[in-house]
Design a protein around this ligand. Structure first.
Ligand code: PGA
Ligand code: ZN
Length: 403
């Protein structure tokens, strides 16, 4: 039994320049190392990243109460470790130890277990359905909480559906580059920057930004000879105030928002729409899914927060047909996997996701492959984003080689 000999935690930087944590789990000669990301447009019901007192309090809690209790555990017993984390926390949502420490410990343990069996993580975690390569969803134009002065809608993404992950990653990056050229032409002399996830910050109205992206997608689709479609993450809870959705150029009731998103999905042939409504508005999600669910993925992020209870409610109400999966919204690998499995058993698609504040940790590429996710949302460019994309390319190479 490979047991945990040593655990360590350190403070490291995330891509926004904030402190986060990285955890090492050592079992014999095997090392598992994982870092936790942080969101900016966080769901109201997700695990808080940090305990009261912030990152430093998280480090102290780890040293004083987690590490001593976890030493000696069998690294292969992931469910047991995750249950112990829950018990040591003692709150319903990791409010005492923080979701980020829980996530980093849980993932580092899985990586140590994989290393001790001599397997890459994706192999170690792959279930009976076998590994599968997800479609990358690349963020191209960004606003909302991820950028100052940009669009109201948080993310305008591209989803290339070519024969390989390599082709899709490269095609998404090409769309990102061509959108820069199109924006410079459209807004000459206007400074052009990038938001937290490497997406362009466009000083355009929302529909204009989508139309510009859709034009580029059509052009690249013709070149590539496979589908290259736009997608949106509205992160609508962030601009829902006083019962209305407040864009720069329009204010919409919930009913009008359903019509608006339906029209965008059809006019621009959207691959997916994520969080088109406030996180508590299951009813509007249900109505939109009824209208467009046969041709567009309606993805729940803040509404489900990778939580099986919230997802179960969504499934009962037919509130979506896909779920975004963020391990640190729920805090453990076992519960992340439970959300994925429940989604798949209900016919929902899953999209494994980064957070806006990231590190170069590439674990989510392995999780997406092992869990059979339809997609992986992890940006189009930028160091902490390409860490995952390039790992996906390496995994694909191993699968092609039959490794
Ligand atoms: P976050 O945003 O990481 O800032 O929460 C990502 C998303 O909403 O999908
Ligand atoms: Zn989202």
């Amino acid at each position: 039994m490979p047991s945990i000999d040593r655990l360590a935690i350190r403070k490291i930087l995330d891509s926004r320049g904030n402190a986060t944590v990285e955890v090492d789990v050592v079992a014999g000669s095997a090392l598992g190392r994982a870092a936790a990301p942080s969101g900016a447009s966080t769901g109201a019901l997700e695990a808080p990243s940090w305990p009261p007192g912030g990152v430093d309090a998280a480090l102290r809690i780890f040293q004083d109460s987690l590490a001593p209790r976890l030493r000696g555990r069998d690294v292969k017993d992931q469910p047991g470790l995750d249950r112990t984390l829950r018990e040591l926390d003692g709150t319903p949502n990791f409010a005492r130890i923080g979701g980020n420490v829980a996530t980093a410990v849980s993932l580092a343990n899985a990586k140590a277990a994989a290393a001790s069996s001599g397997k890459p993580l994706f192999r170690y975690l792959t279930g009976p359905q076998g590994p599968s390569i997800p479609l990358p969803l690349g963020n191209v134009i960004g606003g909302g909480r991820h950028a100052i002065g940009g669009t109201t809608i948080q993310e305008y993404l591209v989803v290339s559906q070519g024969p390989t992950a390599l082709a899709n990653v490269m095609t998404n990056a090409r769309v990102h580059a061509l959108v820069r050229d199109a924006l410079m032409k459209r807004l000459p002399g206007v400074p052009l920057g990038r938001g937290d996830e490497g997406a362009w910050v466009a000083q355009l109205q929302d529909e204009e930004a989508l139309s510009l992206l859709a034009d580029v997608c059509r052009k690249v689709e013709r070149e590539a000879a496979f589908p290259v479609r736009p997608a949106l993450d509205l992160a609508a809870s962030e601009f829902y105030r006083g019962g209305k959705y407040r864009y720069r150029d329009r204010t919409l009731s919930a009913k009008k928002q359903i019509d608006f998103v339906e029209r965008l999905a059809d006019d621009f042939s959207l691959f997916s729409v994520e969080d088109p409504f406030d996180q508590e508005d299951f009813g509007s999600f249900t109505e939109l899914t009824k209208r467009i669910g046969d041709r567009c993925k309606v993805i729940g992020d803040d509404i489900f927060v990778t939580n099986v209870e919230r997802l179960r409610r969504g499934i009962e109400q037919r509130a979506a047909n896909a779920i975004l999966i963020k391990p640190n919204q729920i805090g453990t690998l076992s519960e992340t996997r439970a959300a994925v499995d429940l989604a798949h058993s209900a016919g929902y698609a899953t999209v494994m996701s980064h957070r806006s504040g990231e590190t170069t940790d590439d674990t989510i590429a392995h999780l997406a492959v092992a869990f059979g996710c339809l997609g992986i949302k992890t940006g189009a460019v930028g160091g902490e984003r390409i860490a995952k994309l390039n790992e996906l390319i390496r995994i694909e190479e191993q699968l092609q080689a039959g490794a």
